[in-house]
Design a protein around this ligand. Structure first.
Ligand code: SAM
Length: 285
């Protein structure tokens, strides 16, 4: 019994977010990070890596809808999709809801994250045994360097740029991502907070601009990441995220979402003025 247990996520060196914990379901330390799954009072089950909140049952749909359906509805017929990271399974779960997707390769570096989520968070991990998901436990940086496959959409569902995720924010990685994308390919990446990490957004977009002809940022609202407003980057060889998006395809898909919808898709690319100013010159027209 943990009747008065709270966990505090310490973000950077000046902010703490506290969550009431009902029960600790799993605690482990892999060669990459600490991995904890807890049952919280307000947000359902929660995965933490190195003490940072990754997903909660209550709001994971917002993150997973927006990281996956935005690129998958811009690309006219995504067949081969790569997810890097995303060990909780929520992104791969959403990817394979698209009928055009024949194969979703997921490369997660830490088997402990996958195992802990399979055991304790079926809400996100439920699709990981699907025959269209090719789950590889390995380093995404090495995978994109070595693969001969071409992907229509690549989704970088990573932790913050520390430890094994650090190279996922660098130019060499994105050059390799470019090389294994099809001629009309799209890459979407976990893009941090405009409130608290504009420096990371600037640096990631600078890297993307060095490699891709079109680079954008889009945002969504969530409950458990610091600041509430969180972002993804969208880099593309061919398609514009709004002008090449056909809203009617969302209805035609027959899919039902709790966060994503066609008007929100376009609206997410409209940035607050402080973000426009901070990212001046880094967002394509
Ligand atoms: N939604 C989450 C967030 O933004 O907080 C991210 C979810 S997912 C749990 C992130 C995963 O990226 C982690 O499980 C971590 O192990 C994985 N990861 C970090 N570096 C990686 C790498 N180089 N290759 C593959 N996976 C990596």
């Amino acid at each position: 019994m943990h009747s008065n247990l709270w966990i505090e996520e310490k973000f950077q060196d000046f902010l703490g977010l506290k969550f009431k914990v009902e029960k600790v379901l799993f605690s482990g330390k892999s060669e990459f990070q600490t991995v904890d799954v807890v049952e919280t009072k307000g947000h359902g089950k929660m995965l933490l890596n190195d003490g940072l909140v990754m997903v909660t049952e209550r709001d994971e749909f917002a993150y997973h809808d927006m990281i996956s359906h935005v690129p998958l509805f811009v690309h006219p017929a995504p067949k081969n999709v790569l997810v890097i990271g995303g060990g909780d399974g929520g992104t791969a779960r959403e990817v394979i809801r698209h009928q055009s997707v024949e194969k979703c390769t997921m490369v997660e570096i830490d088997g402990m994250v996958v195992d802990a989520c399979k055991a304790h968070i079926p809400q996100t991990s439920c699709a990981l045994n699907d025959s269209r998901i090719n789950l590889i436990i390995g380093d995404g940086v090495k995978f994109v360097k070595d693969t001969n496959e071409k992907f229509d959409v690549i989704i970088v569902d990573s932790t913050d740029p520390i430890g094994p995720a650090q190279p996922l924010f660098g130019e060499e990685f994105y050059q390799d991502v470019y090389n294994c994308l099809a001629d009309d390919g799209i890459v979407v990446s976990q893009g941090e907070s405009s409130w608290y990490a504009m420096d990371i957004q600037q640096s990631l977009l600078t890297v993307l601009n060095a490699v891709f002809p079109q680079c954008y940022l889009y945002s969504f609202s969530n409950l458990t990441y610091p600041g509430g407003l969180w972002s993804f980057t969208f880099a593309s060889k061919k398609y514009h995220p709004v002008n090449d998006f056909e809203p009617k395809r969302v209805d035609q898909s027959g899919l039902n979402f709790d966060y994503y919808n066609a008007p929100l898709h376009s609206a997410a690319f409209a940035l607050p003025s402080f973000v426009q100013k901070g990212l001046n010159g880094l967002i394509s027209n």
